[in-house]
Ligand binder design. Structure first.
Ligand SMILES: *Cc1c(COP(=O)(O)O)cnc(C)c1O
Length: 400
């Protein structure tokens, strides 16, 4: 195996994870080196660690437009999602039903599927070809025994945005708790939770240039929450376990940087994405953008390329040091095609023939130029290959 030097690398997979901001590393180092005290200890030496948690909480609330008491630090997006689902069902004695969408991340879908094995019903609301949910259908799915509605803010595969503020209003009117998996939205679009009636929101630091393995859950101050992880009284009794101080400090810094970069995300990153999208559509026949007519994140584009198999395309793009993905990173290695793209169009083979490119603040115009040059060549090459050879390449790709 050869390793790719990072200067050659064209990293267009920022929805899978992001590069650490150098200032985030600087923020973390003192807590790995010197200030190793346990934030729960009473002596002055530990106060530094405790203060770091408070500071990070404040920085995060500035990004989200909420109160420090509404933040619970967790191990990431997956834990936050699991905690909400578990809490909502435990705190509602009538709760035997959950409503979610068919296009959620596996960190919502899997815990929901597990619920169905434990006597709880789940309604998975579908989407149309553009990735939109039908709000009338969503409202009709809510029953007297519904404990929770969980709908993502931005889809990780297509970037399609759900009108979560509106969905939260529907849930409020029906007296049902509303959660949004906002892992892809935080740092990419403006969020002001105090202007919404959202009860719970999940986020993850490594999707906005923070460290992996740390995230947060927003719990509205008037919303009841029962912890998933019981232990010491950390996080106001809402999440047991000694806090991951360095990572939480890093998350705080990443949140501050994300707030600074938000205008740039909306202009520079969006402009790069639009330029890339336009150029590919112009130079490749039989190419289209999944969710093109929907409101989308500024950084994401998901292409359908007729006549290719996405695993084979990933293999060839990797040779050119281009990192992108077919659907979600969490599914790579499994034969299963994207459940998101299948939900948008079950009749076609869009799920097998799509590639997702997700940009970020560390991408530059010259990398986009390279991608605009290479992607059409790779698609062309794959179309020239005989179907048999294509199947062979795709088998090898999946086996790797
Ligand atoms: C990455 C991601 C997650 C999982 O977050 P982790 O911190 O990696 O556990 C959940 N939901 C969405 C939409 C994601 O993109």
């Amino acid at each position: 195996m050869t390793t790719t030097t990072t200067d050659k690398l064209i990293y267009l997979d920022n929805n899978a994870t992001t590069r650490l901001d150098p200032s985030v590393i600087e923020e973390m180092l003192p807590f790995l080196k010197e200030h190793y005290g346990n934030p729960s200890s009473g002596y002055a030496f530990a106060a530094r660690a405790r203060k770091a948690l408070d500071f990070a909480r404040e920085r995060l609330t500035a990004l989200l437009g909420c109160e420090p008491s509404e933040i619970v630090f967790t191990s990431g997006g997956t834990e936050s999602n699991n905690a909400v689902i578990s809490s909502a069902l435990q705190s509602d004695p009538r709760g035997k039903h959950v409503v979610t969408s068919a296009v959620e991340h596996s960190a919502v879908l899997r815990p929901c599927q597990d619920l169905t094995k434990r006597g709880c019903e789940v309604t998975f609301v579908g989407v149309d070809r553009d990735g939109h949910v039908d709000l009338v259908e969503l409202e009709a799915a809510i029953r007297p025994e519904t404990a929770l509605v969980s709908m993502m803010w931005a889809n990780n595969e297509t970037g399609v945005l759900f009108p979560v503020e509106q969905i939260a209003e529907i849930c409020r009117a029906k007296g049902v708790l509303f959660h949004t998996d906002a892992v892809q939205a935080v740092g990419k679009i403006p969020i002001r939770l105090r202007d919404t009636v959202i009860n719970f929101l999940s986020l993850s630091a490594h999707k906005f240039h923070g460290p992996k393995g740390v995230g947060a859950l927003y719990v509205n101050r008037r919303t009841r929450f029962l912890p998933l992880i019981a232990g010491g009284g950390q996080e106001n009794g809402r999440r047991g376990g000694t806090e991951n101080v360095a990572s939480i400090a890093g998350l705080g810094k990443a949140a501050e940087r994300a707030a600074e970069y938000l205008p740039q995300e909306q202009t520079q990153v969006r402009a790069m994405r639009d330029r890339f999208e336009k150029a590919i559509l112009q130079s490749v026949n039989g190419a289209s953008v999944n969710g093109a007519r929907a409101a989308r994140l500024p950084n994401t584009t998901s292409f359908l390329f007729e006549g290719i198999e996405s695993p084979a395309a990933l293999l060839l793009l990797d040779r050119h040091h281009i990192c992108c993905s077919a659907g979600s990173a969490c599914r790579t290695g499994s034969q299963e095609a994207s459940h998101v793209l299948r939900a948008m169009d079950s009749s076609s083979d869009v799920a097998r023939r799509s590639l997702r490119f997700s940009l970020g603040r560390y991408n530059c115009e010259s990398q986009i130029d390279r991608a605009i040059e290479i992607v059409p060549k790779v698609v062309e090459r794959l179309r020239q290959l005989s179907p048999a050879l294509e199947t062979a390449v795709s088998t090898v790709a999946t086996a790797l």
